[in-house]
Design a protein around this ligand. Structure first.
Ligand code: BES
Ligand code: ZN
Ligand code: ZN
Length: 490
């Protein structure tokens, strides 16, 4: 895709579509809205007066072949009040708008910046919006597949902006949004197509393409290393586990890395602690954390961030069978700590325990894990924010800052000792479930048990991995890709 800053004024851009945000508080008496109203001979005032333009956030009016402009279409996008139009609003408004133009041929798409947001951040968010808007989940439709083709994005501004900075931001937005779309596409892949082996193949392909070191451990090696919590989860399936490690060497040779770990359960049936059918329906998406890490690593490598970053994805399929692990089994993780597995549906924390044990051997500066871990987190925070559990305030500051830039909302959750008490086992070091109340916090305490005191943050994305509150866009969100990428940049 060709994405660039265009310095011509908004009314002199030849394109297939010119997208202009209009604010609720635009009075058409000054600024761009006024100028536009005049150029279009009072059309905006007319639309507003007769009620066709309401200016609610997300409202769209399309004006074809506006006679005063070289653009084939003028798209007016309701953007709420100017003051409230932040990066996140820009990204989502544009994404939703572009998504509704599927099947239009909009090869050359121009966006006019009007908000008061920092120009570079606004540029990044706008490009992200366009690129995210072109994604669709209909890969497997043979009839009526949508085709949004945008080949060129032009970014123009109401006021003058620093060109170099903005151009860099445009490129960055393209990279982060394409990575997000990669995660969305992978999460969307059904479990009969993407199993641990295919996820590992994809990781190898991406690693090689973007110059990362790739290491993929198979079951005999996992057993040699003592990663029995991971292999125990995979045992019920005919599909073998994979342990995927991607390394971006952007920093000093000897500098300790930051580590991102993503849960890669390609299908979660619950195992012998079988899920009811309804709860199982979306469990191909239980690899969303792993896909987010893979895609973030792609973006980090493409951006050539100047530090060492390791991405780890423990991948397995959780199925019941005559070989499956049973409730009551005890397994020894790579750290040497033993786990009593009382519920085989609490499998995410098992594979994360081994991944964290492995990661600690790399002496990381900090670790972040991301996982569709608990239904309880969805109960607590709904489908709006991810739960963030963190044992280090300075790290949480950073995660929080990254999340503000990415627009992926999260909320800090507690790690009190009392939650951990629920995990005391009579026969092993810890058990993998601790009752119903506060189960997201208990799950986080389980992971923390394997972290000890390395700075660590756990993101429970069970509620935010799919668009469910968005009226326009559906399917996977790719949550975490941009937050991890921003975090690695801080
Ligand atoms: N993958 C699920 C969590 C999940 C639930 C993700 C809903 C997305 C939507 C996880 O492996 C799981 O089954 N967790 C159990 C844990 C329980 C057995 C302690 C849960 O949350 O019910
Ligand atoms: Zn489960
Ligand atoms: Zn799961």
């Amino acid at each position: 895709m060709n994405i660039r800053l265009i310095e011509s004024p908004w009314h002199a851009i030849p394109c297939d579509a010119l997208l202009v945000p209009l604010f609720r508080d635009d009075d058409f008496k000054s600024g761009l809205a006024c100028e536009m109203d005049q150029r279009l001979e009072g059309l905006l005032s007319e639309l507003r007066e007769n009620g066709e333009w309401k200016g609610r956030p997300g409202d769209l009016n399309i004006i074809y072949r506006p006679s005063a402009l070289p653009a084939k279409r003028l798209i007016l996008l309701g953007a709420g009040s100017r003051k409230e139009c932040d990066c996140s609003a820009i990204r989502t408004l544009i994404m939703n708008a572009v998504h509704q133009f599927k099947n239009y041929s909009l090869n050359r798409f121009a966006v006019v910046r009007r908000s008061d947001v920092d120009p570079a951040l606004a540029a990044q968010a706008a490009v992200e919006g366009v690129v995210l808007g072109t994604f669709d989940i209909d890969e497997y439709k043979t009839i009526g597949r949508s085709k949004t083709r945008i080949e060129e994005i032009l970014f123009a501004s109401e006021q003058p902006i620093p060109a170099q900075q903005v151009e860099k931001a445009l490129k960055r937005g393209e990279i982060t949004a394409q990575a997000t779309n990669l995660a969305r596409a992978l999460v969307n892949e059904p479990a009969n197509r993407v199993k641990p082996i295919q996820l590992a193949e994809k990781a190898r392909e991406i690693g090689e393409r973007f110059g990362m070191e790739v290491e993929i451990l198979e079951e005999p090696q996992l057993e040699d290393l003592g990663m029995n919590a991971l292999t125990a989860v995979a045992r019920g399936s005919d599909e073998p586990a994979r342990f995927i490690v991607l390394k971006h060497h952007g920093g000093n040779h000897a500098a300790p890395p930051i580590v991102f770990i993503g849960k890669g359960i390609t299908f979660d049936s619950g195992g012998l602690s079988l899920k009811p059918p309804q709860s199982m329906e979306e469990m191909k998406t239980d690899k969303a954390g792993g896909c987010a890490v893979l895609a973030a690593m792609q973006a980090i490598a493409q951006l050539q961030l100047p530090r060492n970053v390791v991405g780890i994805i423990p991948a397995a399929e959780n199925l019941p069978s005559g070989r499956a692990q049973r409730p009551g089994d005890v397994v020894r993780s790579i750290s040497g700590k033993t786990i009593e597995v009382l519920n085989t549906d609490a499998e995410g924390r098992l594979i994360l325990a081994d991944a964290i044990g492995f990661a600690k051997q790399l002496n990381p500066v900090y670790m972040v894990d991301i996982a569709t871990l608990t239904g309880a987190c969805v109960v607590a925070l709904g489908k709006v924010r991810a739960g963030a559990f963190c044992n280090n305030d300075a790290l949480f500051e950073k995660v929080s800052k990254a999340s503000e830039i990415s627009g992926e909302k999260l909320w800090r959750m507690p790690l009190d000792e009392e939650y951990g008490k629920k995990l005391e086992s009579n026969i092993a070091d810890i058990k993998n479930v601790g009752g119903r109340w506060g189960a997201a916090c208990i799950a986080a305490k389980f992971i923390e048990f394997f972290v000890d005191d390395t700075p660590w943050c756990h993101l429970d994305i069970a509620g935010v991995d799919l668009y469910e509150e968005n009226p326009v866009v559906e399917g996977p969100t790719g949550f975490g890709v941009r937050t991890l990428t921003e975090l690695a940049s801080l």
